[in-house]
Write a protein that binds this ligand. Structure first.
Ligand code: UT7
Length: 318
């Protein structure tokens, strides 16, 4: 059985916040943020928006995209919705996936949320893919949706400047003809790093040791990419794009340099979206596809890392 990505969509809040529009009390600057992170602006939810409305809109767009790609799937045909989020609308329950199911009218679907921080979308794709095969189901929606503005500590200038809100989604289809979209997956975690990036459960604010996350991230990105290359017997010439979790432009550049791979193969989208946690990889894929950079048939690698500490990667043909 083969599982393919047949559609993809993204959704951003209406409001864009430029670096220069951040609160004056932070004593930061556009120059510092750009030179230390590559971020130019981020999208932030208004009162009537949240991680479930964004997730619903991204999923609806992914369904439309699947239909325009010749796949006849409708919301009511979806068997499974997995929503990766660290910022669900409700504390604990109901899941964002339930709200997305309701918003879409995907009445047949089994649904749940999954939390693996910024690595969550890659975890969710592998969970969705496995369940399609195990349950003999045909269609799954995999959503990464976040409203990090809700948990950012707006008095901590070293972390609050990094994050943005947004959502991305893909439609997976199981078919018995053709090749699987996916190659190898890598999923992992090291709970010893649980204290370097976490949500303070009393204040409900992000706490982060930026230097510790940075050095973990560079090493782990290199390891994931090298391992995927070895597992799938690829060389850099076989790979069109390496789409990394968008946390800091310097992390991506450092990984590319350590691997000695051309930086042109590593798309950098931080300027527009900042770090949207588990939404960053699907938002990046859709942005690149919309701009004609990511094309049908391309071989790509995905690599993500996040709080936990967690990580994930996979190779796939778009
Ligand atoms: O999805 C995972 C999420 N987290 C990450 O990926 C975080 C990874 N780490 C990073 O991206 C970087 O470590 C940061 C962007 C968080 C920080 O960059 P840095 O180059 O490591 O800066 P730093 O923490 O070493 O701080 C350098 C200076 C300090 O001032 P002093 O002590 O040298 O006077 C900071 O107080 O920059 C200061 N600073 C700022 N200045 C203006 C820190 N944040 C800011 C700011 N604006 N926003």
């Amino acid at each position: 059985m083969a599982v393919k990505i047949v559609g993809a969509g993204k959704a951003l809040p209406r409001k864009k916040v430029l670096n220069s529009e951040l609160p004056k009390e932070l004593e930061t600057s556009d120059e510092w943020i750009r030179s230390h992170t590559g971020i130019g602006n981020r999208y932030v939810c208004s009162e009537d928006e949240n991680s479930a409305t964004l997730g619903t809109n991204a999923a609806a767009q992914a369904l439309l995209n699947a239909q325009s790609n010749g796949c006849s799937v409708k919301a009511e045909d979806i068997d499974l919705i997995v929503c990766s989020t660290a910022t669900a609308v409700h504390w604990s329950f109901p899941s964002n996936a339930c709200l997305i199911q309701r918003g879409l009218g995907a009445s047949k679907a089994a649904v749940f949320d999954l939390t693996a921080a910024c690595s969550g979308f890659i975890y969710a794709m592998q969970v969705g893919r496995s369940m399609l095969n195990q349950m003999n189901w045909k269609h799954a929606l995999i959503v990464g949706s976040e409203m990090l503005s809700k948990i950012v500590d707006w008095s901590d200038r070293s972390s609050c400047i990094l994050f943005g809100d947004g959502a991305g989604a893909v439609v997976l289809e199981r078919t018995d003809d053709g090749a699987d979209t996916f190659g190898s997956f890598i999923l992992g975690a090291d709970g010893k790093g649980a204290d370097v990036l976490y949500l303070d459960s009393e204040k409900l604010k992000i706490r982060m040791d930026g230097h510790a996350v940075y050095s973990f991230a560079v090493g782990k990105m290199v390891e994931i990419i090298q391992t995927l290359m070895e597992k799938d017997k690829l060389t850099i010439d076989d790979v069109d794009l390496i789409v990394c979790h968008q946390a800091n432009e310097r992390i991506i550049r450092a990984a590319a340099k350590r691997l000695n791979y051309p930086i042109e193969k590593f798309p950098i989208l931080l300027e527009e979206y900042a770090n949207t946690s588990s939404a960053s990889i699907p938002i990046s894929l859709v942005d690149l596809a919309e701009r004609g950079i990511l094309k049908h048939g391309m071989k790509i690698l995905l690599a993500g890392f996040g709080a936990g500490l967690t990580w994930g990667g996979c190779s796939l043909t778009w």
